[in-house]
Write a new protein. Structure first.
Ligand code: SF4
Length: 361
């Protein structure tokens, strides 16, 4: 049986409560270039989040089970509309009572995508031919309430430095793996020195041709896309390892000017940018919301890639959109968008050798 553990986050000084000046304004006192300081100062309680948004009246609606705590960066907070409990960005990060409701969550499981059965070496998941996924860290800059790894036993399997030799041995024995996916947690929570060391170790494996980075940081902490990271990614590509970054935006309003700027800099550095979203009840479950997202992504040099049905993890089932509704929304989206902006509707089924496309028959 899996052990649910609290996801790791960097230690934080207490943040000062108080409303943001306005949803679209950056706090002038915030040293926006210092992503580590912003991460350390992130909001870590539902109460504080609601107070900052003038929504104290909703504190009794907060989830009580705290194993997967609230975590929200200042950058993300600034994009949430104060006073609106139904804001689609707030719904993604606010721990609410349905997370604890046994009947609402009964269809959920601990490991909805079969990660643990696919573990080839500590933290290295090998599910698909030619591709493997490395869980680099359990830490994130934000806790998305629908996260399919919210119950992943990071404490048992994390520890990149400790496990790296086993991981490299496995890659050496499997030269058919030509693409490595850095995941987590969020791999960009690792600082540039750690990433540089990891990339150098991976780059020694000549069979690897592509490094794919799955990250939500360009969306929730755009300050992370600093010069050091851009230089590292450019050098990686120049040394023969193609870099693809898959960001994770679920709503057009997540991509404000700072996020657009971060993605523009990645694009200018030659990084291929794709987006994957999760179809979430109360967040983006309409063709209109998804169409706006696709068009906004294009302005940010990022192409929509996958629209995932919710992975049925316990604690997140209240976000579920039925397959029938998903197909209806996707059909409407197909009419509204050119083909290159239409994400593929998929579901991950444990044990399958690729994502399963959901389509009308
Ligand atoms: S969805 Fe990604 S960023 Fe969000 S909590 Fe899960 S691993 Fe972290």
């Amino acid at each position: 049986m899996l052990t649910a553990v609290r996801k790791t986050t960097p230690k934080a000084p207490r943040i000062t409560a108080g409303r943001p000046a306005a949803a679209k304004e950056r706090c002038p006192a915030m040293p926006v270039a210092d992503w580590k300081r912003q991460l350390a100062g992130a909001i870590r309680s539902g109460e504080e989040l609601l107070e900052r948004l003038s929504l104290q009246a909703h504190i009794p609606e907060l989830a009580r089970d705290s194993h997967f705590g609230c975590l929200v960066t200042e950058s993300y907070l600034q994009k949430i509309e104060p006073g609106n409990i139904n804001d689609p960005l707030l719904r993604q990060v606010l721990p609410l009572l349905p997370e604890d409701d046994a009947s609402a969550q009964q269809a959920g499981v601990h490991d909805p995508v079969g990660d643990l059965n696919a573990m080839a070496a500590p933290g290295l998941l090998h599910k698909y031919h030619g591709r493997a996924l490395l869980v680099t860290t359990g830490a994130c800059a934000i806790h998305c309430r629908y996260c399919f790894r919210r119950l992943y036993p990071y404490a048992q399997h994390a520890g990149l430095e400790k496990n790296i030799n086993d991981i490299l041995d496995y890659l050496a024995k499997h030269p058919e793996i030509d693409e490595l996916i850095l995941s987590g947690g969020d791999p960009l929570v690792l600082d540039n020195n750690k990433l540089r060391t990891l990339v150098a170790q991976l780059q020694a494996h000549k069979s690897l041709q592509t490094l794919r980075i799955h990250t939500r940081l360009p969306v929730v902490l755009p300050e992370r896309i600093d010069e050091g990271l851009l230089e590292l990614l450019q050098k990686t590509a120049a040394n023969g390892l193609q870099v693809v970054m898959v960001i994770h935006a679920n709503h057009a309003r997540e991509l404000d000017n700072a996020e657009e700027d971060a993605l523009q800099r990645l694009h200018a550095a030659g990084i291929i940018l794709l987006n994957q979203s999760v179809l979430l009840r109360g967040v983006n479950d309409s063709a209109e919301a998804l169409s706006r997202l696709s068009k906004r992504l294009l302005q940010c040099h990022t192409l929509p890639y996958y629209l995932h049905l919710l992975d049925p993890v316990k604690g997140a089932m209240h976000f579920n959109v039925s397959e029938k509704d998903a197909l209806r929304i996707h059909a409407e989206l197909e009419k509204a968008l050119p083909g290159y902006l239409l994400p593929k509707l998929v579901r991950e089924i444990p044990g399958k050798h690729a994502k399963t496309a959901i389509s009308r028959i």
